[in-house]
Design a protein around this ligand. Structure first.
Ligand code: HEM
Length: 326
């Protein structure tokens, strides 16, 4: 079926857009183009002398950084292509009588909202709540596309696997715990809190006395000309960072517990999903620790983002397989 192939390809493409978005954000190129949808009012990064003269006139306080501007524009163009692919999936699903209709319609609405979040990321000068919502939007799109693919592809999991079915509540709780951890990660990143705690296993100095939960998790942080590089003080950033680390322990314990239980499933798909979950958790914690030890190298930070996306995909699959009707 053409739609299944298209969804598979779109899933891979979505991962590329997510990683490109992470690369753009972590390279501090989010404001590489200060306007939207164009870049300094152009379809590509301006470079000709007459274009630069116009930029000087309309953006007198800005200096074009071509590398950052190109990163931002490439991200916008590939995200736009993804939007067209999602539209094609919706049209194909609407045409096929047996295909789901509500889920692809919701995915199409989500990608429109995601484009609006992309615009607000720029126009609201990297306001953390908008940046985090944009990250969550990308991850949600990835998860929902997998769900749509699974709905179209019959799975060969024995419906009567009573052992696996007992794990339904645990798998759902694990998904919730992981979503919270991903949101905390997005909050750490969008508030530039990665380097606010540089020792292991917990932060330096008297960190307990410096915890500021109310400020750390207040969604709005007042008016600022720009949120680039963060506006919070050290204690508040440290609180965000340490919360992400502590919740990582909860997440790891829960996910490993589920992975261990899946080992006894009668279905080899569920057993393999459990082994994959175990591997992904170990890798993700390793990448998180490397972020801290190595002072956030770009490659590790982007891989940590990819690790979170794969963990989400794996848990959505496990939940789908367990919760679907026998
Ligand atoms: C269970 C596992 C974990 C998950 C699912 C997870 C997820 C995430 C996500 C989604 C981000 C945002 C990435 C981005 O904006 O591109 C993030 C950021 C971060 N995580 Fe984790 N994380 C986990 C464990 C850890 C651990 C154990 C540590 C450290 C000991 C850690 C340290 C960090 C740091 C420092 C950042 C900020 C990176 C930045 O500014 O870009 N994470 N995490």
């Amino acid at each position: 079926m053409a739609v299944k192939r298209l969804i598979k390809f779109t899933l891979v493409f979505t991962l590329a857009v997510i990683l490109m978005g992470a690369y753009t954000r972590l390279s501090d190129a989010g404001l590489g183009c200060p306007d939207w949808p164009g870049c300094y009012g152009h379809l590509a990064v301006p470079s000709a002398s007459h274009e630069l003269a116009k930029v000087e006139q309309h953006f007198p306080d800005m200096t074009i950084e071509p590398e950052k501007a190109w990163l931002e524009m490439i991200h916008r163009y590939i995200a736009g292509t993804l939007g067209l692919m999602v539209l094609a999936i919706l049209i194909l699903c609407l045409k096929q009588p047996q295909a789901p209709k509500k889920l692809p319609s919701f995915i199409a609405a989500l990608i429109i909202f995601q484009a609006a979040l992309g615009m607000w990321t720029v126009t609201m000068k990297l306001m953390p709540i908008v940046v985090m919502a944009h990250l969550i939007g990308g991850f949600s799109l990835f998860a929902l596309l997998l769900l749509l693919y699974l709905r179209l592809k019959p799975l060969r999991i024995p419906g009567g696997d009573s052992h696996a079915r007992k794990l339904m509540p645990l798998a759902l709780v694990c998904l919730g715990v992981l979503i919270i951890q991903i949101m905390l990660g997005g909050w750490t990143s969008s508030n530039y809190a990665a380097l606010a705690c540089t020792t292991l296993p917990i932060c330096e100095g008297n960190w307990v006395d410096n915890l500021r939960f109310a400020d750390a998790f207040s969604p709005f942080q007042g008016e600022h000309p720009s949120f680039e590089f963060g506006v919070l003080d050290y204690s508040t950033r440290m609180t965000i960072h340490v919360t992400h680390r502590i919740w990582a322990v909860v997440t790891a314990i829960m996910l490993i517990w589920l992975a261990m239980k899946l080992r006894y499933s009668h279905s080899h798909i569920m057993r393999n999903s459990g082994y994959l979950l175990l591997l992904l958790v170990i890798m993700q914690v390793g990448l998180g620790i490397s972020n801290v030890v190595m002072n956030l190298p770009l490659g590790i930070a982007v891989s940590h983002n990819a690790g979170a996306a794969f963990l989400l995909l794996n848990l959505v699959f496990i939940n789908y397989a367990l919760w679907r009707k026998a």
